[in-house]
Design a protein around this ligand. Structure first.
Ligand code: NAD
Ligand code: GDU
Length: 337
C-alpha cells in the first residue's frame, strides 16, 4: 500500500506556459517539489526553472501521466494545459473539446486510478458567457457563448461528478483577465499569437506593432469601451498556492472567482500604458469584436472567505509596469539572438 502522506509533489500541467510558469515559481519559492508536464505546443522550455523536472508530453497520454504520478509521488495536480484562443475555438471546436475536455478526462481518470485526490483547475470567466449583471458571483448562471468556454465548463462538471463519486477534491479557479509578469522578471507572457489587450499594448509600446485597435467604443459603459477585471498573474499564482494549502488541510471542493472586483475600461488600460511609457500610443477605434460582453467584473467575497489569499499587486500600474518590463526583455533577448 502506497504511503499517501509522503506524496507531496505537485504536478503542474502546462507549467511551461504563461500562468503555469508563474505558479511553478510560486511553488518553488515556497519550497514545494514540482514536476511539469507540457507538450510545448505554446509553452517554452526556458519558462521552467532548471531545477524543476519537465516531462515533455501530452496531458491526454494516460500511460505517461500514470508514470509521472507514481515516479514523482504526486499528491496534487494543478491543471493548466489547454488551448486558450477563443476565436480559434469557434473555427476548430473539436480541437478544443479534445485538448481541453477529453484530455482533462484522461488526466482526471489517471488521478483517480493513482489515488491522487487533490486537484486545482484553471477555469475561466468565459463560463459565465454574457453575464446579466456585474459583479458576477459564482452562483451566476453558466452559459458560455463559445466552444472554449464550454470545453472548460465540461471539465468543471467532470470534476464535480468525480468529487461526488470518488472523493476527489477539486478547487476550480475561474480566472478573470490575467495580465502582468513576475515582478522579479523571471517569467511573463510569450504567446506566439497575441490576442490579449495588455500583451498587444506591450507589443505596440515596444515597436512590434504599428497601432492598437480598440474593439468598439459604443458599449453601455462609462467611456463606451469594454470593462474587465485585470488580475496580476503573480497574485493568481498565490491563489493557487492558497488552494493547495486549503486542500492539504482537508478542505472540500470549491469553485472560486479570481479577480480583484474592480473593473477598468480598455481606454483606462491604454491610458495607463501611455502614462507608464511617458508617450502616446497610436490607437484606432475599430468595430466590436464578436462575443465581447460589455463588462466582466468578479465578485470576490467567496475567494476572500474560503482561501487565505491577500492580493499584493492589485493595482493597474503594477500590472502594466511588469508587463512592459517583460516585453522589453523579450525584445532585448530577440535582438541579442
Ligand atoms: N490567459 C488567460 O487570460 C486565461 C484566462 C482564463 C483561464 N485561463 C486558463 O489558464 C490556463 C493556462 O493559460 P495560459 O494563458 O498560461 O496559456 P498558455 O498557452 O501560455 O499555457 C498553456 C500551456 O499548456 C501546454 N499545453 C497545451 N496543450 C497541452 C497538452 N495537450 N499536453 C501538455 N501540455 C499542453 C502549452 O504548451 C502551454 O505551455 C488554460 O487552461 C487557460 O484556459 C487563461
Ligand atoms: O487588440 C485588442 C485586444 C482586446 N481588446 C479589448 O480588450 C478587452 C479585453 O480583451 P482580451 O482579449 O484581453 O480578454 P477577454 O476579456 O476577451 O478574455 C479573457 O478574459 C476572459 C474573462 O474575462 C476569459 O478568461 C478569457 O479566457 C480571457 O482570454 C476586450 O474588451 C477586447 O475587446 C481591444 O480593444 N483590442
Amino acid at each position: 500500500m502506497a504511503d499517501l502522506t509522503s506524496r507531496n509533489t505537485v504536478l503542474v500541467t502546462g507549467g511551461a506556459g504563461y500562468i503555469g510558469s508563474h505558479v511553478v515559481l510560486a511553488l518553488r519559492d515556497g519550497g514545494r517539489p514540482v514536476v511539469v508536464v507540457d507538450d510545448l505546443s505554446s509553452g517554452r522550455r526556458a519558462a521552467v526553472p532548471p531545477e524543476v523536472a519537465l516531462v515533455e508530453g501530452d496531458v491526454g497520454d494516460r500511460d505517461l501521466i500514470a508514470h509521472v504520478l507514481a515516479e514523482h509521488r504526486v499528491g496534487t495536480v494543478m491543471h493548466f494545459a489547454g488551448s486558450i484562443v477563443v476565436p480559434e475555438s469557434v473555427e476548430k471546436p473539436l480541437d478544443y473539446y479534445r485538448n481541453n475536455t477529453a484530455n482533462s478526462l484522461a488526466l482526471i481518470e489517471a488521478c483517480h486510478r493513482a489515488g491522487v485526490e487533490r486537484f486545482v483547475f484553471s477555469s475561466t470567466a468565459a463560463v459565465y458567457g454574457m453575464a446579466e449583471s456585474t459583479p458576477i458571483d459564482e452562483e451566476a448562471p453558466t452559459r458560455p457563448i463559445n466552444p472554449y468556454g464550454r470545453s472548460k465548463l465540461m471539465t468543471e462538471w467532470m470534476l464535480a461528478d468525480a468529487a461526488a463519486a470518488h472523493g476527489l477534491r477539486a478547487v476550480v479557479l475561474r480566472y478573470f483577465n490575467v495580465a502582468g509578469a513576475d515582478p522579479q522578471g523571471r517569467s511573463g507572457q510569450c504567446t506566439r499569437v497575441a490576442t490579449h489587450l495588455l500583451k498587444i499594448a506591450a507589443q505596440a509600446a515596444t515597436g512590434q506593432r504599428p497601432e492598437i485597435q480598440i474593439y468598439g467604443d459604443d458599449y453601455p459603459t462609462p467611456d463606451g469601451t469594454c470593462v474587465r477585471d485585470y488580475i496580476h498573474v503573480s497574485d493568481l499564482a498565490a491563489a493557487h498556492v492558497a488552494a493547495l494549502v486549503h486542500l492539504e488541510a482537508g478542505g472540500d471542493s470549491r469553485t472560486l472567482n479570481c479577480g480583484y472586483g474592480r473593473g477598468y475600461s480598455v481606454r483606462e488600460v491604454l491610458d495607463m500604458v501611455e502614462t507608464v511609457l511617458g508617450r502616446p500610443l497610436p490607437t484606432r477605434i475599430g468595430p466590436r469584436r464578436a462575443g465581447d460582453p460589455p463588462a466582466l467584473v468578479a465578485a470576490t467575497a467567496r475567494i476572500g472567505r474560503e482561501l487565505d489569499w491577500t492580493p499584493r499587486h492589485a493595482d493597474l500600474r503594477t500590472i502594466v509596469e511588469t508587463a512592459l518590463a517583460w516585453e522589453r526583455r523579450l525584445v532585448a533577448d530577440a535582438v541579442a539572438g
